[in-house]
Design a protein around this ligand. Structure first.
Ligand code: BES
Ligand code: MN
Ligand code: ZN
Length: 503
């Protein structure tokens, strides 16, 4: 898709359609919406008066111009009530607008680049993110997409000359962030017979070469030398070679602090192993590498955006399969920090691969803070559904920052408890800890399990099992596709930017 930024009047755009915005309850039309309304002899105003156009968030109504404008159609995208307006609503409205135009057969469209009172740079960034993420889809395995339409050119138009530079900066940043999110979505949506641990390692190598990142891939033999018994226990049942993928960005230089660590679970297919899952919806477990996908994707964007901070991404990647070689309930594994783990369920594999990744991050690489993302527990989907990610942290400042970033990015978060009382549930009669605490508070006991492997490092764990959308019945919403939506790629990127800005 060709993306351009232009200064000028969107009402003179020659193409298949334009997107303008409307607040709920707005009657005195201003800005681009007002200009277009004038050229249409007040048609938009009339439709508002008749109650046909309400400006509700989620609405996107096409009005035909009958040659009163150079473009064929105007899409009026609702922003909702002015007093409830957020940056993320601009993102959603832009997505709804371009999706509606695509459905109407438009190929070449223009979008108003800044909205309301929002700062132009932020506003343009959000709008371009909405456009790119909204138009994303995963159709590479369909033989024909003819009926779906396609937009191949989008022009973002800013009417105020004084805002143009800011708009250009916002668009440049937004495109990098949205492209990374699309990569994370692609990876989650790809099937397990394409995205294997080796595939992820090769992709990380290509990104490292292109964007000047340092790459290290720890294979089975080296993981053994490093004592990564928890990671290897999970990998044991699969013929696919596992890979602990490490991507490093040195934005503050090698003499500065090792910096931020982002860790993402990448089980490229989770069958449950010997504790095998029911076959119904097991196909969703091709996306059990969504945390790892977000990590690799965020490293790509960070390398392009170049914040002044060191960032390391770690992705423990393996399949979880049953076989004659597979690990079993009752087995005792030893993680790289020496802690022993009794395996209760081979389906609680995510916390095992994270254990060794987190020991490597905190003890070997001395990264701080460290944030992991994992499709860790079905219980998280039960607790928060798919609208918010559960955040578990040993550091309030870190969880507050992540919460705030979530509100801005639209990858909304909610802080979850981690009281020590819950840890009773994961005490083992045979080892230091066991890998399942049963059904009550399943997401909390999973977080408490992982806490055994981070020491004193400021750490936050994001359980994205619900929010990334790996279940049937999830719904598309604005720029968010229904399945494998790229969460928390944008949070990871913005966290790196925020921590760099703080110094
Ligand atoms: N990958 C799953 C969790 C999951 C389920 C993610 C549904 C997305 C959608 C994880 O490895 C798992 O199987 N967790 C178990 C843990 C239990 C055995 C303690 C679960 O949640 O049932
Ligand atoms: Mn599992
Ligand atoms: Zn899993």
């Amino acid at each position: 898709m060709n993306l351009q930024v232009q200064a000028g009047d969107i009402a003179t755009f020659k193409g298949d359609g334009i997107v303008v915005y409307l607040f709920e309850g707005e009657t005195a039309l201003t800005g681009a919406t007002g200009a277009v309304d004038k050229l249409l002899n007040g048609l938009i105003g009339k439709l508002i008066a008749k109650g046909e156009l309400k400006g509700k968030l989620g609405s996107a109504t096409i009005v035909h111009t009958l040659e009163k404008l150079a473009t064929d159609r105007v899409c009026v995208a609702g922003l909702g009530k002015p007093n409830e307006f957020t940056l993320d609503r601009a993102r959603q409205a832009a997505a709804n607008g371009v999706k509606q135009l695509r459905g109407a057969g438009a190929h070449n469209v223009a979008v108003v680049a800044s909205v309301g009172e929002l700062e132009a740079e932020q506003s343009a960034q959000a709008i371009v993110e909405g456009v790119v993420l909204g138009l994303w889809r995963f159709r590479k395995y369909h033989s024909s997409n003819e009926d779906l339409g396609a937009i191949d050119a989008v022009t973002l138009i800013e009417s105020e000359r004084a805002k143009f530079d800011a708009v250009e900066r916002g668009v440049a940043r937004g495109v990098i962030i949205a492209d990374a999110t699309c990569l994370a979505r692609d990876l989650a949506n790809e099937p397990g017979n394409t995205v294997t641990p080796t595939y992820l390692a090769n992709l990380a190598r290509a990104i490292a070469t292109k964007h000047n990142l340092e790459l290290d891939v720890i294979d089975r033999a080296r993981a053994k030398e490093l004592g990564m018994g928890a990671f290897l226990g999970v990998a044991q049942g699969s013929d696919e070679p596992p890979a602990m993928i490490i991507l490093r960005y040195w934005g503050a230089g090698k003499n500065a602090a090792p910096g931020l660590g982002i860790i993402g679970k990448a089980i490229t297919f989770d069958s449950g192993g010997i504790s095998i899952k029911p076959s119904e919806n097991m196909q969703d477990m091709k996306g059990d590498m969504a945390g790892g996908a977000a990590t690799i994707a965020a490293m790509q964007a960070i390398a392009q955006l170049k914040p002044a901070i060191n960032v390391t991404g770690i992705v423990p990647a393996t399949e979880n399969l049953p076989s004659g070689k597979a690990f079993k309930p009752g087995d005792i594994l030893r993680a790289a920090n020496g802690k022993t783990i009794e395996v209760i369920s081979t389906d609680a594999e995510g916390r095992l691969v994270l254990a060794d990744a987190l020991v490597y991050a905190t003890q070997t690489l001395k990264l701080a803070p460290v944030v992991d993302a994992a499709t860790l527990t079905g219980a998280m989907l039960i607790a928060l559904g798919n609208h918010r990610t559960g955040v578990f942290a040993n550091d309030v400042a870190l969880s507050d920052l992540i919460f705030k970033i979530g509100e801005e990015t639209g990858e909304k978060m909610w802080t979850m408890p981690m009281d020590a009382e819950y840890a009773e549930q994961i005490k083992s009669d045979w080892a230091d800890v066991k890998n399942s605490g049963g059904r009550p508070a399943g997401s909390i006991t999973a977080a408490l399990f992982i806490k055994n492997f981070v020491g004193d490092t400021p750490w936050a764990h994001l359980d994205i099992a619900g929010s990334v959308g790996l279940f049937s019945g999830a719904k598309e919403n604005g720029y968010k596709n229904k399945w494998g939506n790229g969460t928390p790629t944008r949070t990871f990127i913005n966290l790196a930017l925020a921590l760099a800005a703080k110094k």
